[in-house]
Every structure is written in structure tokens, then in C-alpha cells.
Design a protein around this ligand. Structure first.
Ligand SMILES: *Cc1c(COP(=O)(O)O)cnc(C)c1O
Length: 423
């Protein structure tokens, strides 16, 4: 059934660690091997064995217009024909920066980079440069890319000084990373009360989408805004997933909370490698060469990537986000009902074009809740859905992504497949 994928994966294992270029792709936690993708169009991906899948991964978020959207492909091809990299300014990077500034209330200026990781790392350096402080407050279960300071293990409880979550990260680096449970404003306040004078930044996914899907409880984001202002720390929204997804203007627009710095990626690159950090002018003016904080990149503002991002945003501006949200909500509700009718516990939270699936009796509000879900049930579900042509993220701690290209037939196919799963 997936013979060519299996053969490629075996070969890949000899020359790429674990056979993949990003760990979750290896599908280990769901006892499967990865599918190698030959091509994709709209809501569908096709693997090298010629099987067709409804795609709820969407390259982990960027492909909100669906795959190979003609206007994006055309913009990239035209840009490529003009040259793939100059290492000098190009017109599209100005146009894209202007669009970000007009779309996002928290962004007066933006700097292009090449990944979400690089953007988060640079935003933290900027917050430290601006405040002259070293500490960072992050939330357990939130992902901000793989730079050292963000790779702190989940300590328990309030104001835990964290230890590295992987070999290779010096304890001295994560010693400056404070951890609090997501959605726990009291724990965040306790961190500020104890360490407030030394905290440069509090960084948060305004809708957590890397521990499964966990929307913010009312008052959480607003409370972080108040705490940061009170203690002179910068509030950093990591909108790598939420930007141009939970609303065109991101979570900061949807929840009307104004961050000091914003981290972007995924959708803004239209499927090419792009990250962005932006923010209030008074902070961004510290970035070199306007200010003293060094940050640079050979391929930053790459003309192909800028063209893809610009074409994506240009089309997204005309799309009906609330209609998609309604369709996704109906789908998530139906999925939850189908699963619960089989006697398995299931939570299917959703917001905008994101949906989650926790095999759990109770509502999930933080990472500790998420960890209580039944991973065996997820593995069982994942494997049988994939066998029926439904491509889900291969982990119980990921989020389902929907694009504007998903049709009612795609949703119906997924629900029909879910109805046939045996636990
Ligand atoms: C994907 C992601 C990142 C990292 O982006 P990369 O482009 O993979 O480096 C950072 N933050 C969030 C919220 C993400 O989902």
C-alpha cells in the first residue's frame, strides 16, 4: 500500500538522521512510517504510491489557501524567472512589510527572516536588548521553534526555574527561562511578583496550537498584557500559526490585545521558508542598522519567498473567514459526536480554521490536561483514518488545519472515515 514510501524511508534512514528533516514527520509516536509526498493540489496530497488524501496538516499551517494555489504558484514562477536571490533589497519585501504593518495592530515595522524559529529567537534578543534584562517567561506546552532558550522542559507549578529539554542546551541558557502553565494567569503573576524586575519578555501562543488546540480562557491574554506593562517587560505574541489564520489580522485583532512584539511564520511565507519579527516602532528601532541589536540573514527577504507571501496575503484578504469558521465548527462538532457515540471520550475544540482532538473526558486548558489524553486511542484513530485517505498530523499534540480549499465533500469524507474507525 505504501511500498515506495517505505523504501524511500529506509534509504533516508541511512543518510538523514531518523530519515526525516523534522522529527515529528517520522510518525514514531503513532507507530507508522511517513508518507513521502509526490504532489499536492487544493485540499489533497498524493503520496509516491499514488494514493490520494484529504490533507488536514497543510504543511503544519502555511497552506491556508490550499496547495498549489494558481496565483501563488504564478507569482513564485515569475519571481524565479527574474532571479532567485540577490542578497540586496527587492520591491516585494517592502510591499509585504507594508501589508503586515497595515494588517497587524502590534506591528509598526517588520524584519524578514527565514523561519519561525529564527523570528522567535530574534524577537527574544530584541526584548533583551531593549530592556537590558535576561529572563523570559514562557508557557508550558507552547512551542516557539527550536532555539535554545525556548527548549525548556516543563517544570511543574509556579515559577519553576527550568532545565533544558534536550541535550545540547546549556543549563545556563534555560536558567533564564521561567515557566508557567498555559491559561494560568495566577502562575504568571507569581512569576512577575518574584522575578518581575529581571523579566525581559513574556512570550505566548495567543491560541496554543502545539499541545493540541487550546484556546485562551477569557482574560488570560488581557492579563498578560497588564502584567507586562506593569513590570516593564515586553509582551511577545507568537503568531506563527495564528497570524492570518484566526483572523486576517491575527489573534491580536481577534482578541483585541496589543502585543509589543509579534512573531510570524508559516502563512506569511505562502509555503516558502519565511519568518518575521515585528513590533512597535520604539522597539524595532533598536534593530541594526537602525539600532545596536545585531541580526542578519543572507537569504532574508528572498524574492521567491516574498512573492509567495504577498500573493497569499493578497488572496486571503478577499476570503470569507467567518464562513470557513462556521464550516470547521460544524465539522468538529460532528467529529466529536461520532467518536463519543462509539463510547470513546473525545474533545474536539475549534477556533477559526483550527480544530483539535483530545481523547479525554475533560476540557483541556493546559499542557498537563493535554497529557492526560489517551494516546493509544489517538494512534488507533490516526492509523485507520490514514488507511481511509484522511491525512492527520501524526501526534496527539498537534492541531488540525483546514484551508479555504476544503470542500463539503472533504469534510463528509473525513466524517465518514471517522464513523468506520474501530477502537
Ligand atoms: C511552527 C512554529 C514555530 C517555528 O517555526 P519554524 O518555521 O518551524 O521554525 C514557532 N512558533 C509556533 C507557534 C509554531 O507553530
Amino acid at each position: 500500500m505504501d511500498d515506495i514510501s517505505r523504501a524511500l524511508f529506509e534509504k533516508a534512514g541511512t543518510c538523514i538522521p531518523g530519515g526525516v528533516n523534522s522529527p515529528v514527520r517520522a510518525c514514531r509516536t503513532v507507530d507508522s512510517v511517513p508518507l513521502f509526498i509526490a504532489g499536492a493540489k487544493g485540499s489533497r496530497v498524493t503520496d509516491v504510491d499514488g494514493r490520494d488524501y484529504v490533507d488536514f496538516v497543510l504543511s503544519w499551517g502555511p497552506m491556508i489557501l490550499g496547495h498549489a494555489e494558481p496565483s501563488v504558484v504564478d507569482a513564485v514562477c515569475r519571481a524565479a524567472a527574474r532571479g532567485t536571490s540577490f542578497g540586496a533589497p527587492c520591491p516585494d519585501e517592502v510591499a509585504l512589510a507594508e501589508e503586515l504593518v497595515s494588517a497587524l495592530p502590534g506591528v509598526d515595522m517588520a524584519r524578514m527572516v527565514n523561519s519561525g524559529t529564527e523570528a522567535a529567537m530574534s524577537a527574544l534578543r530584541l526584548a533583551r536588548a531593549v530592556t537590558g534584562r535576561d529572563r523570559l517567561l514562557k508557557f508550558i506546552g507552547c512551542y516557539h521553534g527550536h532555539a535554545d532558550p525556548f527548549l525548556a522542559a516543563a517544570g511543574s507549578g509556579v515559577a519553576t526555574l527550568s532545565i533544558p529539554g534536550t541535550p545540547g542546551v546549556p543549563a545556563a541558557v534555560t536558567a533564564n527561562t521561567l515557566l508557567a502553565p498555559y491559561n494560568d494567569l495566577g502562575a504568571a503573576r507569581a512569576c512577575f511578583e518574584r522575578y518581575g524586575e529581571t523579566i525581559a519578555a513574556v512570550i505566548v501562543e495567543p491560541v496554543a496550537a502545539n499541545m493540541g488546540l487550546v484556546p485562551p480562557v477569557p482574560g488570560f491574554l488581557e492579563g498578560l498584557r497588564e502584567l507586562a506593562s506593569q513590570y516593564g517587560a515586553l509582551l511577545v505574541f507568537d503568531e506563527v500559526i495564528t497570524g492570518f489564520r484566526v483572523a486576517y489580522g491575527g489573534a491580536q485583532t481577534r482578541f483585541a490585545v496589543d502585543p509589543d512584539l509579534t512573531v510570524l511564520g508559516k502563512i506569511v511565507g505562502g509555503g516558502l521558508p519565511v519568518g518575521v519579527f515585528g513590533g512597535k516602532r520604539c522597539f524595532m528601532e533598536h534593530v541594526a542598522p537602525q539600532g545596536p541589536m545585531y541580526q542578519a540573514g543572507t537569504l532574508s527577504g528572498n524574492p521567491l519567498a516574498m512573492a509567495a507571501g504577498l500573493a497569499t496575503l493578497c488572496m486571503l484578504k478577499t476570503m470569507d473567514y467567518s464562513a470557513l469558521e462556521d464550516r470547521v465548527a460544524a465539522f468538529a462538532r460532528a467529529l466529536g459526536e461520532i467518536l463519543r457515540a462509539k463510547g470513546v471520550p473525545a474533545q474536539t475544540p475549534c477556533i477559526a480554521s483550527l480544530f483539535g482532538l483530545f481523547f479525554s473526558e475533560r476540557e483541556v486548558r493546559c499542557f498537563a490536561d493535554a497529557q492526560l489524553c489517551d494516546q493509544k486511542l489517538f494512534t488507533c484513530f490516526y492509523q485507520q483514518m490514514r488507511a481511509q485517505g484522511i491525512y492527520l498530523a501524526p501526534s496527539a499534540f498537534e492541531t488540525g488545519m483546514v484551508s479555504f480549499a476544503h470542500s463539503d465533500e472533504d469534510f463528509a469524507r473525513a466524517l465518514d472515515a471517522a464513523g468506520k474507525v474501530r477502537f
